[in-house]
Design a protein around this ligand. Structure first.
Ligand code: S3P
Length: 177
């Protein structure tokens, strides 16, 4: 753990389709926290969809928007923050999150991720000739970043409710005086 941390929020990181949004809402409801989603914040701010930003401005422009949004999160408290799957690949983002949030990574096997995302079309990085290979390759590349989380939870064999309970417990442990 870093010095100078004041943990007042929960940040969920992890690959697309690991349940960050659904579990995040559940945790927020149980703990009476607010809920924020970095993708939603970017869409609200720009008035554009993530797909449109990727298509017209490219991934680099999207990552710059992500970076801005992360910096603004430190003004919040009692908030569950669901983050875009690629956000922790910029170490500055993770460092910034860790100053005010307990960072939880939701982990899933590539096959489970594929099952969850295969009928969805709003993720530009999976608009690929071989999306299953893309998932495997991105997971390998991102694993070292995801593993920087304070807590890693495998969601494959757990219900959303169980994952939420784990997160709540970890937050209580990390913040008890
Ligand atoms: C991305 C994941 C998406 C979104 C964008 C890029 C990624 O968020 O930020 O499509 O790089 O893995 P979710 O993880 O919420 O799907």
């Amino acid at each position: 753990m870093q010095d100078h941390r004041q943990i007042v929020n929960l940040a969920l990181i992890g690959f697309m389709g690991t349940g960050k949004t659904s579990v995040g809402w559940l945790v927020a409801e149980n703990m009476q926290f607010d809920f924020l989603d970095t993708d939603e914040m970017i869409q609200t701010r720009t008035g554009r969809s993530i797909t449109d930003i990727f298509a017209k401005d490219g991934e680099t422009a999207f990552r710059a928007l992500e970076r801005q949004v992360v910096d603004e999160l430190s003004t919040h408290e009692k908030t569950v923050i669901a983050t875009g799957g690629g956000l922790p690949t910029n170490p500055e983002n993770l460092d910034a999150l860790k100053t005010h949030a307990l960072v939880i990574c939701l982990w899933s096997a590539p096959e489970k991720i594929w099952e969850r995302v295969r009928h969805q079309s709003h993720r530009p990085l999976l608009h690929d000739a071989d999306p299953q290979k893309k998932i495997r390759d991105l997971l390998v590349a991102r694993e070292p970043f995801y593993k920087q989380a304070d807590v890693l939870i495998n969601t494959d064999l757990r219900s959303a409710r169980e994952v939420a309970q784990q997160i709540e417990l970890q937050f209580k442990l990390a913040t008890r005086q």
